[in-house]
Design a protein. Structure first.
Length: 360
């Protein structure tokens, strides 16, 4: 332990660089000497450096790294105290961030972040607290309850949008309370930003959940905002694997959407969730035949390569695309997909696409 005391009291006599380095070494050493009488002093100094806006970036970054290496319980206690006593929102936000890195499973860290979530009026601090809770205690019931209450009582759309985003961070996959709150929001809100954020949050926590999928399908079918519909399609493509309702809705979007971005997203999402599905494969094949959009052709070809293994209709469509497309990216993707779903196919092996722009 005497080595730590020497490091803390070290003065190089020619400036502060080596003094600082001695503190960093002492911070790392606390993990080995947990009973050091200087540990609180050392950790508090490292925290001050890691949070200071005036500190040189090299020292500040080194302090951040040292904080994660030092004795965890002491560092957490110091950060919790900072959350409870500081009046500076930037400091509180940074302290919350640090807790998110070192506070996994620590009850004091969790309680402090839940309290911060309840009391902070600053949207960035609020978001940081939710993100850190998501890192160290996903599914925390108290935090989820606070956010759900905010959704139910707040009249401010910015606050509700922030609470919606935060549920995606801390809800934890499959949390029924968080999912129910987000579904309720999709069914009742008229604000396009809140609707898009609710769809994105469901994408993070609603994998395979029938209610979440049904709500996203409903949003896809009823929203008049193309950006909201795009996000619903993205989310369905990540949580609706094998779900017939989701696949049907995306096929409908592919066939009818006036917006090219939404048609492309429908093709991409079908490639994520429609493995072996005849309806999805048929829709992508038909789209290759009728669409003039090369960007969507490329995505449709890629999606067929992901869901059409061994499917004769998909194989024939990709062969046809190799024979007719003039776009090198589409040709390359068609050949790659063909090689995936029909290994040994001569059109893929022989480079049947043979970049036409280069051969002319």
């Amino acid at each position: 332990m005497w080595q730590l005391l020497k490091l803390v009291d070290f003065k190089d006599g020619i400036g502060k660089f080596y003094d600082d380095q001695a503190y960093f070494l002492a911070a790392a050493g606390i993990a080995e000497f947990k009973d050091s009488c200087k540990k609180v002093e050392i950790v508090n100094q490292i925290i001050q450096w890691s949070l200071s806006e005036k500190m040189m970036s090299e020292i500040k970054n080194t302090a951040k790294a040292a904080l994660e290496e030092t004795e965890r319980r002491t560092a957490i206690a110091a950060l919790v105290q900072l959350l409870e006593t500081s009046q500076d929102e930037d400091t509180r936000m940074e302290a919350a961030y640090r807790l998110g890195n070192i506070g996994a499973g620590n009850e004091k860290a969790i309680a402090a972040l839940v309290q911060l979530l309840k009391t902070s009026q600053d949207e960035y601090t609020h978001r940081r607290a939710a993100q850190s809770l998501g890192n160290i205690d996903p599914g925390n019931e108290k935090a989820i309850a606070v956010l759900v209450q905010l959704l139910e009582t707040s009249q401010d759309n910015d606050t509700r949008c922030l609470a919606t985003e935060s549920l995606g961070h801390i809800g934890g996959t499959g949390n029924e309370i968080a999912i129910a709150a987000l579904v309720q929001l999709l069914e009742t809100s008229q604000d396009k930003y809140i609707l898009s954020q609710a769809a994105e949050s469901l994408e993070k926590i609603g994998t395979g959940n029938e209610k979440a999928i049904a709500a996203l399908v409903q949003l896809l079918e009823t929203s008049q905002d193309e950006g909201t519909r795009w996000q619903a399609a993205v989310s369905l493509g990540n949580i609706g694997t094998g779900n017939e309702i989701a696949i049907t809705a995306l096929v409908q979007l592919l066939e009818t959407a006036p917006d090219v971005c939404n048609r492309r997203q429908a093709a991409d999402s079908l490639g994520n969730i429609g493995t072996g599905n005849e309806i999805a494969i048929a829709a992508l094949v038909e789209f290759l035949k009728t669409s003039q959009d090369e960007g969507t052709h490329w995505l449709a070809a890629r999606s067929l390569g992901e869901i059409g293994i061994g499917n004769e209709i998909a194989i024939a469509a990709l062969v046809q695309l190799l024979e007719t497309s003039q776009d090198d990216y589409t040709l390359s993707q068609a050949a790659e997909s063909l090689g995936t779903i029909d290994p040994g196919n001569e059109n893929a092996l022989n480079g049947g696409y043979t970049f036409k722009s280069l051969s002319q």
